[in-house]
Design a protein around this ligand. Sequence first.
Ligand SMILES: [Ca+2]
Length: 160
Amino acid sequence: MLYHQSIGNDNNKEKVASKEVDSSDTKENTTASHEKTDSSQSPTETSTDILFAADGSDISEKLMLALTEIFSRYDKDGDKALNPVELDNFAIFTNGTSFTDEEINEIKLNLDTDDSGNLTLAGFIELYALQTMAGDCDETWKDLKTHGYNEKLELVDQSK
Ligand SMILES: [Ca+2]
């Protein structure tokens, strides 16, 4: 109950961003403060930290658990690997489009796959670990939110 206030704060961000689109008069002013825009749209400074393990050497256990849960949604036959159809479903939901042949080759070449060449859970986690450890946290957050997670890595939208 003490934490009641913090519930529901997550929905405000996008509204703030869209408000500023038409304000051409403020262009000169916003140029100067442009670099602050990103941080003001992400009020939770911890939103990046939560992706990483305490010593920063790997992604956090919490992120791994979220990725495991997302993986299991697409592993429809439960064989612990994403076959081409399952991987395609993941790509379409996440990116709005299928992976290109090139991207699929990259995945098979660089990430853990099973004997049939299907992406394993370890490979799936590796995919996000590489992206996140390379500093592309925004992309990781975009995918997590697409799948219904909030900034605390809690699954808040079960409809996804
Ligand atoms: Ca499968």
